[in-house]
Design a protein around this ligand. Structure first.
Ligand SMILES: NC(=O)c1ccc[n+]([C@@H]2O[C@H](COP(=O)([O-])OP(=O)(O)OC[C@H]3O[C@@H](n4cnc5c(N)ncnc54)[C@H](O)[C@@H]3O)[C@@H](O)[C@H]2O)c1
Length: 271
């Protein structure tokens, strides 16, 4: 085994990704598979998990046996519990939870907030994005005295408010806070909790906000690119290196409670 395989290889490990049919989950799952892990995609729509699994199988020849596609709503303890059991039945264990379920809906003035929509975005990103899956999966690890690792999806909104996306801002700021808080609580059990904070990559949930029908930048898309020192959107594949670092016990076994920005410098823009 080469030095790099030893440091970053995930052979024999199993990862579950909530929101498993999404753009970021797909890219992260591809990296985990390439590093040798089994992956289980947990999406609230079975059809999205299935499509994600098909894309992965097509991208990674011979890896089909190491891919599982399940239906699980990340806001439901019962669904996540059932997905965990199905994953353990198939692969024997779960070592890594990647919390990818999330995304924004709508944008507008604070005084015109639709409170039902606000609640549903907080529910998806905060309860589904970190609280419920982490509670269920880390709970199982603690019960079994098993080590494990959680990786959350923070955002630029975790650090600075993005305009007009109130619920998303609130939930992603809370995700950063809870990444640190749960890392402290779970460290004595041998469980690490970290986060990736992607800059702006095109996903299903933000495509219409950033690009028009012809694929040209919207006003908001243009504003983001102009404030990103590298002057472009990210590619979801650019998250792979940061993910593998955080996922590997040998590479980052003493790292917990951090959120790693992969953002083309967005957070260090200044005037
Ligand atoms: N794309 C970006 O630029 C970007 C930047 C920073 C952070 N993020 C975060 O990364 C994560 C993934 O984003 P993406 O762009 O890949 O989104 P996406 O819209 O491409 O994928 C989200 C997936 O989550 C699934 N989903 C929705 N509700 C669910 C639920 N209740 N339970 C389980 N699955 C559910 C959807 O079916 C979809 O497959 C989100 O938390 C998002 O906030 C994205």
């Amino acid at each position: 085994m080469s030095y790099l395989e030893d440091l970053y290889g995930l052979g024999g490990k199993t990862a579950a990704l909530t929101g498993g049919g999404g753009a970021i989950a797909g890219a992260l799952a591809e990296a985990l598979l390439a590093a040798g892990a089994n992956v289980s995609l947990w999406d609230h729509k079975q059809s999205n998990s299935d499509r994600g699994a098909e894309r992965l199988a097509a991208a990674a020849a011979g890896a089909g046996e190491r891919i599982q596609a399940l239906q699980a709503d990340a806001t439901s303890e019962a669904d996540i519990g059932a997905a965990l059991e199905a994953t353990e039945r198939r692969f024997g264990r779960l070592d890594l939870l990647v919390n990818c379920a999330g995304g924004n809906r709508g944008r507008g003035a604070f005084l015109e907030l639709d409170l039902a929509q606000f609640e549903s975005v907080v529910r998806l990103n905060l309860l589904g994005g970190i609280v419920v899956p982490t509670k269920v999966v880390a709970g199982r690890w603690v019960e079994r005295k098993a080590k494990g690792s959680v990786i959350n999806l923070c955002s630029m909104a975790s650090y600075i408010p993005l305009s007009g996306v109130w619920a998303y801002d609130a939930a992603k700021a809370a995700t950063l806070n809870l990444t640190m808080a749960t890392a402290k609580e779970l460290a004595p059990h041998g469980i690490r909790v970290n986060a990736l904070a992607p800059g702006f990559c095109i996903g299903k949930q933000n495509r219409d906000l950033l690009l028009d029908r012809e694929g040209k930048l919207t006003e908001r898309g243009g504003s983001i690119v102009s404030r990103t020192p590298m002057k472009r959107f990210g590619e979801v594949s650019e998250l792979a290196g940061a993910l593998l670092f955080l996922a590997s016990e040998r590479a980052s076994g003493f790292v917990t409670g951090v959120s790693l920005p992969v953002d083309g410098g967005f957070l260090i823009d200044n005037i």
